[in-house]
Structure formats: C-alpha cells, structure tokens
Write a protein that binds this ligand. Structure first.
Ligand code: PLP
Length: 362
C-alpha cells in the first residue's frame, strides 16, 4: 500500500505515473484472480461490497430473470435495492439459526414452468449470526432449474476456504475491509462474458462498468491481504483462534445468565457470536460494553451509527424480546488468548449492573 501511495498517479491517465498506477491495479487484479481462482478479467473493482452488489443486481435485472428469490437474511445493501428493482421478489425463509431453507427453495424451484429463469440471491455467511449457508446446494439446485445465483460472500472470504464459495455463483461479491485490508475497495466477480450494467455513468472506469477513480492504495491492500488471509492455512488458523475465544465467551455467559445463542446449532463462522439476553435492550448493551472498553454491535454495523432491532433475528422467527436484545461480538486476527473470557467478564458485570440476575456473583 505504501508503494501504491508513492506511485500517486491516476490509473486512467496515459502518462508514466498513470501507467504505473494502472500496473499496481492490474497486479492486484492478478493476485486476486489467483487467490479466488478466477480470471483477472472477470474481476471488477468497486468502492466496496455495497457498490458491487448493486452492480450485480442491476446487471441481473437487465437479464430479465423471473422469479427473483431473495433470502430473508441478506444484508441491507441487498435488501434495500431488491424491493426497488423487483417489487414482486419472493423471500426465501430461514430457520431459527438464520439458515436459508433449502427445502423451501427446492420446492419453489420445482414449481417453475419450463423456460423460467430464476435468480436466487443468497449470502454465503450471515454477518450477524455467522451462519454458513448451504451455498453448494443452493447453487446446484438453482442452476439445475436454469437459474443463476448472486452471492454476497463478504463474510466468507478469509473465514472459510476459497473453495467453499468460488465457482458457486454467477455473481460473487467480496469486500476488502472484511479481510484485514482498508475500507474503500471491493470486487464483483462474474462468469466470463457476463455483461455488467453501468449504473453510475461518468468516467467509464473498469472497462466501462462503473465510474469513479479507483482507490488504488486500497485495492493494493485488498490484494495483499487476500493473498495472506485467504489461503487454506490462514483460514484454518483464523478459525482455530477465533472459535476458541468465541466458545469461551459463550460458555461463560451460559454458566451465569439466561441467554440465547443464535445459530449455535448450525455451522457458523468461528469468529461470530450472536447472543441475546431478553429484557436487556441491545442498544443499552452496546453502550454499557462500550463504556467498559469492548466494541460489540447490534444488527449490522452499517446502519449509520443507529442501533435498531435486528431484521435478521426477527426473520429467523425469534420473538421481539430476543430480537431487541441480540448483540454480536466478533473476534478477529488480532484477538489474543483470553479475549473470550475477558469479554464475558465485562458482559456479565454490565448485565449485573443492568439488573439482570446472574446464577452466581461475578
Ligand atoms: N454484505 C455483508 C454480508 C456485510 O457484512 C457488509 C458489511 O458489513 C456488506 C455487505 C457491505 O459491505 P461494504 O461496507 O463493503 O459496502
């Protein structure tokens, strides 16, 4: 990234500095192609996952898919635009773990008359609960029904092996800041020959797919981080480190408090814990823990600083008391042994101050 900052040129300029910046960007594209096992030409850089998802959704819409089936637990970046582009879209239900109901999907696909081309929008893993979706099954059944899959793999990259999502979607979206790189870069990965509909006219960057000068240093960081964080070994170490801390956190809570752990009974990302202590409002938990020095979230972190009831937890069928009290703790590469128990101590002390009854005094 420092080298990319030193280059300084605009990758669309034809002078030497511009060509040097273009080289940095194309090297990054090649690295990401190697990491994600796709052709570099099939990678379109964007400002982040939201833009990549929107590019994919507009491009899919231009292809006239019908019906459009969207999982109930998609990120707001998908959810908000889906209803604009396809007011008639259908929601794929999820179970209590926020796991997409593949039996429902299979049955719905089976009802389609010949010639129908369904579009399924299904995330790889959920950002609030860590639930790992059955992407392989979803893609296999959708393609067998003549349809295509758009997958938000933002939470999978760096946390599950590349083989668990690459090649599993017709449009695949990844984001740099979820794998330890800076904010401000993302990518849309498409199948060879996919036409991308430009919804942001202007400079015609990325072969005309979108406009706006690329964030070259962030893109360089994105590729560098992907090369390190997305190898099978790195993913395994990440899972090992974070799962231990996550489990220690959850077990300490279960010992002391009436708590619901969402997604506990299914495959989920090692780093994510979604817990709900009914009666203790999520916004209050976030504030109490912030004051105690721990950063946790309620809902997705992207809601402009607002703490609101989790749409994902409500979609998973939990009652209002659980949905309004659910918070998410994420462990990461910089977690250290003992963090899980430390967070549990802070959580339990804050719960006690908030008047929740603990099984033993902490
Ligand atoms: N999709 C998922 C699953 C996410 O977790 C996020 C961000 O948290 C996004 C999309 C949006 O990503 P970005 O902030 O890069 O636009």
């Amino acid at each position: 990234m420092l080298a990319a900052l030193a280059v300084g040129g605009n990758p669309s300029s034809v002078h030497g500095e511009g060509r040097a910046a273009r080289r940095v960007m194309e090297d990054a594209r090649e690295t990401l192609g190697r990491v994600f096992e796709v052709r570099p030409d099939d990678i379109t850089f964007t400002s982040g996952a939201t833009e990549a998802l929107h590019l994919a959704m507009h491009s899919a819409r231009a292809q006239g898919f019908s019906p459009v089936l969207v999982s109930a637990v998609e990120h707001d970046a998908v959810w908000a635009l889906a209803s604009e582009l396809w007011p008639e879209f259908e929601t794929i239900p999820v179970d209590a773990s926020a796991l997409i109901d593949v039996d429902w999907l299979k049955a719905r696909l089976a009802t389609l008359s010949p010639g129908k081309r369904p579009l399924v929008i299904a995330q790889g893993a959920n950002n609030e609960t860590g639930t790992i979706q059955k992407l392989d099954a979803i893609t296999t059944m959708t393609r067998a029904a003549g349809g295509s899959v758009l997958c938000d793999a933002v939470q999978m990259a760096g946390k599950t092996k590349v083989s668990s999502f690459t090649g599993m979607a017709d449009w695949l979206v990844v984001s740099s800041h979820k794998i330890g790189a800076p904010m401000g870069a993302g990518a849309l990965i498409t199948l060879p020959g996919t036409a991308i509909v430009n919804v942001r006219p202007g400079g015609g960057q990325e072969r005309g797919a979108r406009a706006g000068t690329e964030n070259v240093p962030a893109i360089a960081g994105f590729a560098a981080a992907a090369a390190i964080a997305c190898t099978d070994n790195a993913v395994e170490s990440f899972a090992c480190l974070t799962t231990t801390e996550r489990n220690n956190f959850e077990q300490a809570l279960v010992r002391e408090l009436e708590i619901t752990i969402i997604g506990q009974s299914c495959r989920r990302l090692g780093n994510t814990s979604c817990v709900s202590a009914p009666g203790w409002e999520a916004a209050r938990q976030v504030m109490a823990l912030d004051l105690a020095g721990a950063a946790v979230s309620a809902g997705s972190a992207c809601s402009s600083g607002k703490v609101k009831t989790s749409r994902v937890i409500a979609a998973a069928g939990h009652d209002v008391a659980i949905a309004t009290s659910a918070i998410r703790a994420s462990f990461g590469w910089n977690s250290t042994p003992g963090d899980g128990e430390r967070l549990a101590r802070l959580y339990l002390a804050a719960a006690s101050r908030a008047g929740l009854k603990l099984h033993e005094k902490v």
